[in-house]
Design a protein around this ligand. Structure first.
Ligand SMILES: Cc1cc2nc3c(=O)[nH]c(=O)nc-3n(C[C@H](O)[C@H](O)[C@H](O)COP(=O)(O)OP(=O)(O)OC[C@H]3O[C@@H](n4cnc5c(N)ncnc54)[C@H](O)[C@@H]3O)c2cc1C
Length: 519
């Protein structure tokens, strides 16, 4: 496969991040291909669900029916809520194995309400997600070349040369979406500092014998934490005392059983594993930079952390959504100055926040008596309250991400929206837009399928549409009746770039800043 005609972009890695990124690039008119060293889809047992902002991104690209179908299949297999300390598994998940109680989530919270359209489609296994995204990318003309491993990389001012197991490949840009042990990151000599792991975790679906001693739901012991959910046979076991000695060996039923017996103090027997189990640790690392010349990083290649709270896919999908249109604009030549340079300052702080969020969970899971008491205080006085649970659900869902688009702060942040923030709830500057029903029928997300900017114009004379006309076809204007919000400019990644209450003030500046000069 010695292809010497350079691609615009080669994406290395066909996980969720690489697949969505390739699709976004193809939507932006870029010649792109994905290469992955595996010869077929990855069947390893990883993410069991997606979060609201991931579901919203897929909805924006017309993939809601596919994820809804996957959710329906998974929900049919599940036995119902997984209880722990009297809680229930809700869309928002858990913190340090303390499940969020559905009854305590304030459904009238304006931010949660603005993001409720996709909140019922969470149980999408990673395997299904990857199949949906691979089909989506293929439909858009972004092929996945499997069985191709990158082993070398060189770059100059114009292009990147990849050495692969199937011969040389050239591209103007390369994105490493090749996971936590990224070869691209190593070849580009990008540092990956962080904290070491202190535990060994396993996730498996297993057939068991003598499981009556295992408690259902999440359980802490002085030696670790385990989750047992017998209907699907799902086991998660976390053993404190250090990271795995050998991270590359296949996971066996014996190994999972040993750790489960040790942590639970039972004599349960695992007779067989169903499919491929996973072994992990909690090292948390963040790439020093997300770009080195013509090489960029996204997803786990740029940040790794423990899977507690299920944040990895959300991060990778948002990286891909953020980078996709910016890199496409750069390749196609319409990017305003510095557009690609906004990728790192927008995404890296969000990843840093997630790393800290997962580190805090590990600290709260430790088995000593003092941590046990801290957990009890935390569970009762914070996650036992309506305000605490609502805030944690919002943060875990990813709707707290805010990019400082007004230029007031150089970095992005993650926090629940403040009342005095610009815009109206759910449509605040720099935040991911939730669902906006249109008075004329349908939703704003229905108009985002082709990856353009979307401008909502509810001004009586269509003033916003007239002003933005020179930016067509990069900006799609949707006229509607209704009042709040009267005007909204939404970037292709779903971020609110401008919000107006009736006038056009600031819209042209926002258009030039994000969509470049008129077409
Ligand atoms: C046990 C477990 C449970 C998890 N649960 C959740 C969850 O519930 N929710 C959640 O959001 N996240 C969860 N995660 C995290 C989630 O799986 C990752 O964050 C996600 O897979 C990252 O996606 P990615 O596309 O960035 O990288 P990956 O999915 O790791 O994909 C990288 C791809 O790159 C390929 N590749 C690597 N090196 C090369 C090379 N040199 N050449 C060519 N190809 C290469 C690999 O074959 C792979 O296909 C879990 C993880 C684990 C381990």
């Amino acid at each position: 496969m010695g292809d010497l005609v350079p691609m615009d972009v080669i994406v290395v890695g066909a996980g969720p991040t690489g697949l969505l990124l390739a699709a976004e690039l193809a939507l932006g008119g870029v010649r792109v291909e994905v290469i992955d060293r595996l010869t077929g889809p990855d069947l390893t047992l990883k993410g069991a669900s997606i979060r609201i902002t991931t579901a919203e991104m897929l909805d924006r690209r017309g993939l809601a029916p596919a994820i809804r179908e996957s959710h329906r299949r998974s929900a049919a297999k599940a036995r119902g809520p997984v209880g722990g300390e009297g809680g229930h598994l809700v869309a928002g998940g858990h913190f340090a194995a303390i499940p969020f109680s559905a009854e305590l989530v304030d459904r009238s919270d304006p931010e949660l309400r603005a993001h409720n359209a996709a909140a019922d489609v969470m149980r999408v296994p990673q395997r299904d997600l990857e199949a949906i995204l691979a089909a989506h990318a293929a439909r858009l003309g972004a092929p996945v070349r499997r069985g191709v491993e990158v082993i070398g990389l060189k770059q100059d001012n114009d292009e990147v040369m990849l050495e692969t197991s199937k011969g040389p490949r050239r591209a103007r840009w390369v994105v490493g979406a090749d996971g936590g042990r990224s070869t691209i990151r190593a070849l580009a000599e990008i540092d990956f500092p962080g904290t070491e792991g202190e535990l060994t975790g396993h996730q498996a679906f297993a057939e068991t014998e003598a499981d009556e001693e295992l408690a259902r739901g999440w359980n802490w012991t002085p030696r670790g934490v385990y989750l047992y959910d017998p209907a699907p046979g799902r086991i998660v076991v976390v053993r404190f005392g250090g990271p795995p000695v050998n991270r590359s060996a296949p996971v066996t039923a014996q190994e999972v059983q040993d750790n489960l017996r040790h942590v639970s103090g039972t004599s349960v027997t695992l007779t067989a594993l169903q499919g491929t189990a996973t072994r992990w640790t909690d090292n948390a690392r963040l790439a020093a930079v997300f770009r080195c010349g013509r090489v960029l990083l996204a997803g786990d290649a740029a940040h790794i952390h423990s899977p507690f709270g299920g944040q990895g896919i959300n991060l990778g999908i948002a990286d891909a959504a953020n980078l996709g249109w910016k890199l496409a604009a750069t390749v196609r030549g319409w990017a305003p100055g510095g557009l690609l340079d906004t990728y790192e300052p927008e995404r890296r702080p969000v990843a840093a926040w997630v790393l800290d969020w997962t580190r805090a969970q590990v600290a709260l899971m430790r088995g000593d008596e003092k941590t046990r008491q801290l957990r009890a205080v935390f569970a009762r006085h914070l996650l036992g309250t309506r305000a605490g649970t609502t805030e944690f659900v919002a943060l875990t869902a990813g709707i707290g991400q805010r990019y400082a688009l007004d230029g007031s702060d150089p970095a992005a942040t993650v926090e629940v929206a403040a009342d005095d923030e610009a815009g109206i709830p759910g449509a605040r500057l720099g935040r991911l837009l939730g669902d906006v029903p249109l008075v004329g029928g349908g939703r704003l997300a229905d108009h985002a399928h082709n990856g353009t900017f979307v401008l909502l114009d509810r001004t009586p004379g269509g003033a916003l549409g007239r002003l933005s006309a020179p930016w067509a076809p990069r900006v799609r204007t949707i006229t509607d009746h209704g009042t709040e919000p009267a005007g909204l400019l939404v970037r292709p990644d779903g971020v609110v770039a401008w919000a107006g209450n009736g006038g056009v003030q600031g819209l042209e500046t926002a258009l030039r800043r994000w969509a470049g000069e008129p077409a």
